[in-house]
Design a protein around this ligand. Structure first.
Ligand code: DI6
Ligand code: FE
Length: 386
């Protein structure tokens, strides 16, 4: 596609699909004659973008935390609720009590919300089991979602999400449960990547390093929830392991940005959590731009800090709250989200890539980020099928 137009826009374009893939894309006038006998669908001049990709979600979980929402409105902070046994740990209870079928059934309406806005690829993390059995059950549920819906799911093991109530010592939990669960999940083919939550209320860099060392031995790529509420140097640590992404990063400093740039680690920006927790520290967008760190955008869909299942609203929030441009926001949920997940076969409209496309009823791509709570999707195409 041409790079000289904003958004890489091509007007009067043709996209030739063959099977699951794009065979050719370009301006109507340049189309090779060999394609002229293909069945054609006229999209009436509508905008076509790559289908959307949500590269950071916790879509599989039990229960919900509406009560905690009420408590926060009465003045309790996210960290206070978490230290008082609420927060992540309350979702752990509900998730342990849920069967695989229940976990899938609970997740599907949220998955469908993403699909209805043109998403074809979604990352889903474990991390609400925090015991071997439930971590594996969450990942099996995540894999099953890709069989229940026309959707690609990438799974992420997040055993280092929180200290479960049955453990007092972080090192013991990491050594006895988290690493055992990672080995077991990997042996069952359930893990595409390994994540952790590096934060005062979760795990220190030393704990994360232990988990990442195991991931490295198993040949699994890593990513990290880093610098969300404080700066523990998580992004730097992740970059030292060649991480796919460092996510949240509100408190990331310049040295962390540089480390990410050098390692090719994508910044995953999560405005839903920032909004929900009414944070005030914005991620260092200017520094990320200056250092050419690709910025992906995701929902962080989870029952606590980001009960958000709209990538379009995520785009709007990234622009309004973080001053990202609508063009950056669109790249954040397509091209850079694919990069954050290290999937080279989607995220842009190019010959040879999967025909994962979204057709929109808008006049200009900036409209995708501009509206609030409005879905202009006309059609979603997944692997050439609508
Ligand atoms: N950071 C988040 O925003 C979520 N997990 C994490 O590591 C929060 C998850 C939750 O509150 O349930
Ligand atoms: Fe998260």
């Amino acid at each position: 596609m041409t790079r000289d137009q904003p958004y890489g826009l091509v007007s009067h374009a043709v996209i030739v699909c063959e099977g699951e893939k794009i065979a050719w894309v370009g301006s109507e006038n340049d189309m090779p004659a060999v394609f002229s006998d293909h069945d054609a669908t006229d999209l009436d001049g509508r905008l076509v973008t790559p289908a959307l990709i949500d590269c950071h979600t916790h879509l599989v979980s039990g229960g919900n935390r509406a009560r905690e929402f009420e408590m926060r409105l009465q003045g309790a902070s996210y960290e206070e609720i978490s230290r008082a046994g609420g927060g992540i740990v309350s979702t752990v209870k509900a998730t342990r009590a849920a069967s695989e079928d229940e976990l899938v059934a609970n997740a599907l309406p949220r998955v469908d919300a993403l699909i209805s806005e043109g998403a074809t690829t979604v990352e889903i993390k474990s991390g609400y089991g925090l015991d071997v059995e439930t971590e594996l059950r969450m990942l099996r549920a995540a894999r099953r979602i890709a069989r229940e819906r026309p959707l690609r799911v990438l799974t992420t093991f997040l055993g280092a999400h929180a200290l479960p109530p049955d453990y007092r010592d972080h090192d013991t939990y990491i050594d006895e449960v988290c690493i055992a669960a990672l080995h077991a999940a990997h042996a069952e083919g359930l893990v595409d990547a390994v994540d952790g939550f590096c934060e005062g209320i979760a795990f220190q860099p030393s704990h994360i390093a232990k988990v990442f060392d195991v991931a490295k031995d198993l040949g699994l790529p890593v990513k990290l929830h880093a610098e969300q509420l404080s700066d523990l140097g998580g992004a730097k640590l992740a970059a030292s392991y060649g991480a796919m992404s460092a996510d949240h990063i509100e408190y990331l400093g310049e040295d962390g940005v540089e480390a990410m740039a050098q390692a090719g680690t994508v910044a995953v920006i999560l405005p839903g959590a920032f909004y929900t927790l009414r944070e005030t520290q914005v991620p260092p967008i200017d520094a990320l731009r200056e250092h050419n760190v690709p910025m992906a955008l995701a929902t962080d869909a989870n029952p606590g800090s980001s009960p958000l299942t709209s990538l379009l609203l995520t785009m709007n929030m990234a622009c309004t709250l973080f001053r990202m441009t609508p063009e950056e926001a669109l790249a954040g949920v397509t091209k850079h989200a694919a990069r954050a997940l290290r999937i080279a076969d989607c995220g842009t409209i190019q010959a040879g890539k999967r025909a994962d496309l979204a057709v929109w009823n808008v006049d200009h791509p900036a409209e995708l980020a501009y509206r609030i709570g409005f879905n202009p999707l006309e059609q979603r195409i997944f692997g050439g099928h609508s």
